[in-house]
Design a protein around this ligand. Structure first.
Ligand SMILES: [Zn+2]
Length: 435
């Protein structure tokens, strides 16, 4: 563990913030650090630079029968001490139970668990697989060019299975991810005039873009937030009873959740929490702007309103169909004197994973040994876009084993990794890859 900590400390010290162009130097330095670390441990490496931030590809041919590809990302979310961190976020710090720092779980700490284990097993001459490693630097910005990269380097990435550790366990239960929902982010601009008008001179006579927008949005949902757009849920397959039973077993303390969040009501009358967030579609209004929101009042009739929308959908649904149904709905409910324009900004695919294979089975058995608890398969509301591309392009089994603690504060201040879970992760990884 001591040596693991030293490497982690160095790894975390690079400010590899991919959402901000000012960190390019740090990103390149981190790539060099990874390259040197892998080469020191007998991996052959290749840096690929023309698909966004450099990708680190590494390979260790062990003359084994099977090859496992490890995926992880070295880029991180922004972080600054002023945001409320107890210490400098880019300098690893610890207390009795936890390590802290930006990237400690998302994802540097989690990919290092596997790298560290592989180095160790190779030294002991006890590595049971050939290994390929893919570390990318654009996960936090949506892995936009990764699909193209995978298509181009398909042969180089050839493997029998992929292992990924990202995300969190639930309570104390080990988790194997079963799938992720897809994402559509879009904006709708509603316009009723070329400019704003005096509300005293024109109010009540001319259409108000805010009023019209609210009337339109009001037709989107019923009282329990079910989406009323015709065709929105099209393609969702009936959910297997076994999956629902499994989901109900995943701990979710509703009372505690309500108490800590201030939320008074959950719309779970139709489906339980995990089924609804993992296997059902949703449309969320995520932003609304129009009129004057500054100090005091500006008495005018707004001409333009912008609505931001986030849609989550499941694998068998079609993005095209969803957008088409939204367009048809708008056509139906908006008056001819309201102009609107839809701009689709971001799309990430949904994916359901194949779990019936020996690689997932092996993870399940070993997690049970390490955690002394039966692992659960979990469908997650949001996840890694690359998993869908791996499925589509490489077409090999994927084993997704998140190792972080539930209160890890990923993407927030004081991101942390429970030391006991690092130990468990290292143990799991060791058992998985050994001869
Ligand atoms: Zn992240």
């Amino acid at each position: 563990m001591e040596n693991f900590k030293e490497i982690l400390k160095k790894y975390l010290s690079f400010k590899t913030v991919s959402t901000d162009k000012n960190y390019q130097k740090e990103i390149l330095a981190c790539v060099q650090f990874l390259k040197a670390l892998l080469e020191k441990n007998k991996f052959k490496t290749k840096i690929i630079s023309n698909f966004g931030n450099p990708l680190v590809l590494a390979e260790l041919n062990n003359q084994a029968k099977e090859t496992i590809l490890i995926y992880g990302h070295y880029d991180v979310q922004p972080a600054a001490k002023e945001d409320g961190w107890r210490n400098d976020p880019f300098s690893l710090f610890e207390d009795k139970n936890k390590f802290y720092g930006r990237g400690v779980v998302d994802n540097k700490g989690q990919n290092l668990i596997h790298l560290y284990t592989l180095f160790k097993l190779n030294q002991e001459n006890n590595l049971g697989y050939n290994i390929k490693v893919l570390l990318e630097g654009n996960e936090e910005t949506g892995s936009e060019k990764l699909e193209k990269f995978l298509k181009t380097y398909k042969n180089l990435l050839k493997a029998d299975a992929i292992l990924i550790s990202d995300g969190e366990i639930v309570d104390h239960l080990p988790i194997i991810d079963a799938g992720f929902r897809g994402v559509i982010n879009l904006e709708i601009t509603f316009q009723t005039a070329k400019y704003d008008f005096h509300s005293g001179l024109y109010g009540g006579v001319i259409p108000n873009s805010l009023h019209e927008t609210i009337k339109i949005l009001n037709t989107f949902f019923d009282s329990t937030d079910k989406v009323l757009i015709n065709g929105f849920y099209k393609g969702i397959e009936p959910i297997d009873k076994k999956i629902i039973l499994n989901n109900k077993k995943i701990p979710f303390d509703e009372n505690k959740f309500k108490k800590t969040s201030g939320i008074k009501k959950l719309f779970t009358q139709d489906l339980d929490f995990y089924t609804k967030t993992g296997l059902w579609a949703t449309l969320q209004l995520t932003g609304l702007s129009g009129g004057y929101t500054g100090e005091g009042f500006r008495n005018s009739v707004p001409a333009k309103t912008i609505v931001k929308i986030n849609i989550r959908f499941v694998e068998n649904q079609s993005v095209k169909e969803i957008i088409k149904s939204l367009k048809q709905h708008l056509k139906k409910v908006s008056h001819s004197y309201v102009n609107y324009e839809i701009k689709v900004k971001e799309i990430a695919p949904a994916v359901k994973l194949e779990l019936n294979n020996k690689y997932v089975q092996k993870a399940k058995e070993l997690l049970k040994i390490v955690f002394k608890q039966e692992p659960v398969f979990k469908f997650s509301g949001g996840g890694l876009p690359i998993v869908a591309y791996f499925k589509k392009i490489l077409k090999i089994p994927q084993v997704l084993v998140p190792l972080a603690n539930e209160d890890c504060n990923m993407h927030s201040v004081n991101e942390n990794f429970d030391k006991k879970l690092i130990e468990k992760g290292l143990k799991f990884s060791y058992l998985y890859f050994k001869k």
